[in-house]
Write a protein that binds this ligand. Sequence first.
Ligand code: SAM
Length: 500
Amino acid sequence: MTLATSARVVARARPPRAPARGGTRTAAGVPDARAGRDGDGDDGDGDGDHREGARDVERAIRDDGGTTPEYLARASTPSERFQESSWGDAALAESCLRAMRVQWTHGFSSTPAGFPTCTHGFGEILAGMQPAAADVALGECFDASSASVLDPFMGGGTTLVAGQCRGWRTVGVDVSPLACFVSANRNWRADEESVRVMVETAARAVARADERAEEEAGEGDAGVPRPWLPIRRAVREVTVDGPPRIAEALWFCMSVALQRTQKSQNKRRPKGRGKKNRGVGGRDAASANAEAFSKVVDEYATRLRQFKEVCDRNDPPAPLASIHNVDIRKFALAEDERVDCVLTSPPYPAVYDYLSFARKVRAGSGAVVSSSNVDGPTSSYVNTVVPGDRNWPKEWLEGEIGSRRALRSDPHAFKDIWQREQNDWLRVVADSLVPGGRAAVMVGDGANINTRTSLAAAAGLFNLRDIAGCTMKLTATMSDGALYNQARTEHLIIFEKPRE
Ligand SMILES: C[S@@+](CC[C@H](N)C(=O)[O-])C[C@H]1O[C@@H](n2cnc3c(N)ncnc32)[C@H](O)[C@@H]1O
């Protein structure tokens, strides 16, 4: 266990460029776009975790002049539900604990009340950091003067959205074309005119789709449920000669609408009724889908406006996010582009297959628009011609770190390969940081690998010191006295690069 104390000031009070709320800095400052709906922060497990410790929370809020959001107030109290431990610099370790309590209390797809939702969580990916937890880490785990951040495993771009909300320069890398597509669209800082054009173009598509809702599947539309074809064709027609950025935004909304309706249909579908029934539905289903698409566009417009509003509170506003679709092991920042911090949640050992998820979403989402002229920031995801939806480009098949597939294909070799992969990406992190910069890594154990030990060994090769961190567990003692692991053990580890 490292017990290093840092000579550097723990970043708890970087002079806010955005107006701070009460005594605690957050990127908040505008009302939650979904407050009063599902932005209440309950993790949905029905155990009423909001009520737990309510008196402590109320006291904490009162002490802070009544302005600290509840989720932050709760994060300052040791959890009674999770088993927490920490190491290293005491103040920094406490900040790690606060970030992880927010992560474990609120999960990753929705945001707690009091935190600006912006574009966070819009568009599905497999796993991610809780945006409010990422914001706590940005605000508390780095040097007070930090103003730039790299996420080498950007996923849906949580770090980048949160960083821009603070006025920081942001850089994101991901090997998955889906992650880059989602991140580029979550990080779009659209001006009001672009949002207006997007909404109007969508309305024209919906009107056109309504006129031809009887249409059936045609050639080359394999993989897309039939009732989606009218709106999909209409979107293609209304965007084909328009601005590429608007086209990409609408295809993003189309993919979100498809994901959402398929998810709710799967929930409703009685057992035994399988995929073969997915394609039917006729005029009513086609109109309902056009309507679903229109709602998604409206929600995206609201979220884009909120994101821009939060970003514009910084003087000057952050530069636009820089997004790279590449294996992190092949990535390098020029010396004058190095960053103050790295904040990331890398793949956990053998938990997901991110690239195969990207291919699956692409095949089923209707984002196969090879005949359109879409030319946005991540156009290759929607623009690459994929014959029969199965002959994927080489880059969509290779380069993923720690996949479940890798464990299955060679269980004996997995651990050594994993360690080499950690060495390779932590080398890039060390090269990307300015001297004295820090990396905060949120990672979970799996496949019998203790990721804290594994990452610390890799980081040590590149002179990155493990200066503080915390571990969260959830275990229960069974009637036979055995200890049962109820949730994946996770760590938040802070590494620091020496000043020279
Ligand atoms: C846990 S997710 C990151 C989630 C992200 N932090 C967020 O909050 O949205 C891990 C990501 O690592 C990406 N990844 C896996 N191997 C990679 C590699 N070699 N280079 C870059 N990204 C990779 C996956 O595509 C996935 O998006």
